[in-house]
Design a protein. Structure first.
Length: 725
């Protein structure tokens, strides 16, 4: 819009969007100059901004001048000019005021500026071309790092390679313990030269998954030292930040000051480190006094394998997806423990506003912002005061709320660009929350719901002031489809992806997505699975279940002592069962997961599971000890699962169930049953980790006897039903 406004103010001899091109050695440079007036010998490059032009950072202005002079040289070359006036025009979008910066240049001066930039670019480009050739040659000769494939591992590797070469997505259910990580990374590395893959993204929901990927890549490099593939690990900004007490700009943080001036040397040094793990990248960054977090983002451009969290590709503002589209990269994406992606993606496309947070910002807001923030408070109040229920879902986002949010966004935007002091963190949080809420509201459809939740205070005014307004995603398929379409292949793998149509539908996978259920390397005689049908773990029956469960656990432990995990549906239930067991069986070592355990406490909990040890750890299904932990051999010989794992029945889940009934036809399965059984199978997967492991599994609830539940359990389990506590 700003560029068109500037062009409309020029005379009849002004030409807008002039296509220019030229060469330097084997480099071709193309672009579009914003404006050129042949009669005046004037080239204009237009940049829009908000606020005082002096606030445009000097490094940005240097880039703008470099671009303008490159276009200037190409214009001189294209039109045979000996000199040219180059004008850098800053256009302030609110006031529509122009600030022109002008330089009169000879064609020779512009040619020198152009060639200096090209020389620097070509030196780097030549290095990258040589790296790509060396990478492809080394990957063609890459060998699997182990003597042979485990049962099922070859099937997974071959299917992953086939997905890459056919340009399809793959949904792969593969048992825990077969080595899924290396069985997916290795074939994509092998496919990279043939399929001209620019990048492989390995994405995980949790840190342990990323650690396994980095470990697998290290094993491949050890076995094939010539493997020339750059790896970079992405971590959250909060994790990478060296100065959490400082604002993220050059006026506050020393690692942000002059970042772009120091970036070239830091990037050059980092490019020589083939495995830029968090620690390795931090070392390079600090040596060059730049921010590790932003250096890692820069190195994505030059990496061959990127290891990071789901959000880097699947979120609405995802770095990796945006760079893939902008640079037209050919990428392959690996999604580790893909069963987690449904809930994670729902969270990515959900947003809430808290009325108490809006109230607190209003109290401290500058006078110029109190009007729009007050209008937002009134819009929220008008919505919540008429709501008698503690929870209500609506068909649409109210227009009055959306309009008030847009007014807040406009006012805060103006405040930020004109103010010279740092903005209040709470005000910034409200600003970004409003942007996110409006964005989700603009794409609101059957895949989401808008709801209002408020506490049940007796005082109606107090209820309204504490309300939470939420755009809640029900199924993320519509948002994720473009992510799958942007990749050459996406391979989603996990030990628990049944039924696969649930994950395919919820995630929006392409219709031609391949599905494989990889054979298990384990046999039914390795895991003794017993279903206990005379116990109900439903919420109303839990008090009566404790004695039976305690007696069952003690009896089995007495006949086969060793290390066990016992899983329950909540902390309350686990703590009650723990106290019941300890009261009646004090001789058996027992320990219990507590709320809010830190890293050291979680490590201590797992340390109790020593080789050839004995005792029972009480834990929460779906928690820190129900998946992603490895206790092979005698460190864990059994598990008691005293819950079906179903999510809590509450107004939100019931509304989700109704919406999923409408759009998927199976609201109960999508909301409750499939997520619950997935957690049960994940927890049970802690018991058998290697082909030599043997163990016991007790599934304690009468509903485990139902055929529709048993069909969701692993096929290699031999179920012994009708057991009694």
């Amino acid at each position: 819009m700003g560029h068109r406004t500037v062009a409309s103010r020029r005379g009849s001899t002004h030409r807008a969007e002039v296509v220019v091109s030229g060469t330097f050695e084997n480099l071709v440079v193309r672009g579009r100059a914003d404006g050129f007036d042949d009669s005046k010998g004037l080239l204009e490059e237009v940049k829009t901004h908000r606020g005082d032009v002096v606030l445009v950072p000097s490094n940005h202005r240097a880039l703008h001048w470099a671009q303008a002079k490159v276009y200037g040289h190409l214009i001189c070359q294209q039109f045979g000019l000996s000199e040219l006036t180059v004008s850098l025009v800053y256009f302030e979008v609110a006031s529509e005021c122009e600030t022109p910066l002008v330089e009169h240049c000879t064609a020779g001066e512009l040619r020198q500026a152009f060639e200096a930039i090209c020389v620097r670019f070509l030196a780097w480009a030549q290095q990258e071309l040589e790296h790509r050739a060396a990478r492809d040659a080394s990957l063609l000769s890459l060998q699997f790092p182990h003597a042979g494939f485990r049962t099922g591992q070859r099937t997974l590797a071959a299917s992953t390679f086939r997905a890459a070469t056919t340009g399809r997505c793959l949904l792969a259910q593969a048992p825990t313990g077969i080595g899924k990580t290396i069985a997916t990374i290795f074939p994509l590395l092998k496919a990279a030269p043939q399929e001209r893959l620019d990048k492989i993204f390995f994405l995980s929901a949790k840190g342990p998954g990323r650690a396994l990927a980095l470990e697998a890549l290290a094993v491949l490099r050890q076995c094939e030292p010539s493997m020339s593939a750059r790896v970079v690990e992405l971590v959250a900004r909060e994790t990478a930040c060296e100065h959490p007490d400082k604002a993220c700009h050059g006026g506050s943080c020393p690692l942000a000051k002059g970042f772009y001036d120091k970036l070239e040397r830091a990037r050059s040094a980092a490019s020589k480190v083939e495995s830029l793990t968090r620690d390795a990248l931090r070392k390079v960054a600090l040596e060059h006094e730049v921010c590790p977090y932003y250096l890692s983002q820069e190195m994505v451009r030059w990496a061959d394998v990127v290891v990071g969290d789901y959000n880097y590709y699947f979120d609405s503002a995802a770095l990796l997806h945006a760079m893939t589209r902008a640079n037209e990269w050919r990428v392959a994406v690996l999604v580790d423990e893909a069963h987690n992606l449904v809930e994670r993606a729902r969270a990515m496309y959900s947003m809430e506003l808290r009325s108490d947070a809006i109230r607190e910002v209003f109290k401290t807001a500058p006078v110029s912002l109190r009007g729009p923030i007050g209008k937002l408070r009134r819009a929220v109040g008008a919505l919540t005061k008429v709501q008698d229920d503690a929870y209500r879902a609506y068909e649409d986002v109210p227009q009055r709320l959306t309009a008030a949010l847009k007014d807040v966004i406009a006012a805060v935007s103006e405040h930020l660009v004109t103010g010279r002091e740092a903005a209040d963190p709470d005000l910034l949080r409200l600003y970004f929350d409003a942007l996110r809420f409006v964005s989700l509201g603009e794409s609101f459809a059957a895949h989401s719901l808008f709801d209002v939740t408020r506490p049940c205070h007796a005082n109606k005014a107090r209820r309204a002031s504490d309300a939470v307004l939420c755009i809640r995603n029900v199924t993320p398929a519509q948002f994720l489809r473009p992510r799958f379409a942007s990749a050459q292949t996406v391979v989603l793998f996990s030990a628990t992806l049944s039924p696969h149509h649930f994950y395919a539908d919820a995630l929006g996978l392409p219709e031609d997505t391949a599905w494989i259920d990889v054979e298990s390397p384990f046999t039914s005689d390795q895991l003794d699975v017993r279903i206990v049908t005379d116990v109900s773990t439903r919420f109303n029956h839990r008090g009566r279940s404790l004695a039976k469960i305690s007696a069952l656990m003690a009896a089995h432990y007495g006949s086969a002592p060793g290390n066990y995990l016992a899983f329950f549906s909540s902390f309350d239930y686990a703590e009650q069962a723990f106290e019941e067991f300890r009261r009646h069986h004090p001789a058996v070592p027992a320990w219990c997961q507590r709320r809010g355990m830190d890293g050291a406490e979680r490590t201590a909990f797992l340390a109790r599971f020593a080789d050839d040890g004995a005792g029972i750890g009480f834990a929460v299904l779906g928690g820190a000890f129900a998946e992603g932990i490895d206790l092979p051999g005698s460190r864990l010989i059994g598990a008691f699962v005293a819950t079906l794992g179903l999510p809590q029945v509450n107004p939100v889940n019931e509304e989700m169930k109704r919406r999923l009934d409408r759009c998927a036809g199976d609201g109960y399965g999508y909301t409750y049953l499939y997520p619950g059984i997935r957690k049960v199978v994940q927890a049970a997967g802690r018991v058998i980790r290697t082909p030599t492991d043997r163990g016991h599994l007790f599934l304690i609830d009468d509903r485990f006897g139902r055929p529709q539940v048993q069909r969701l359990l692993p096929a290699w389990w031999r179920l012994k039903t009708g057991m009694s506590a």
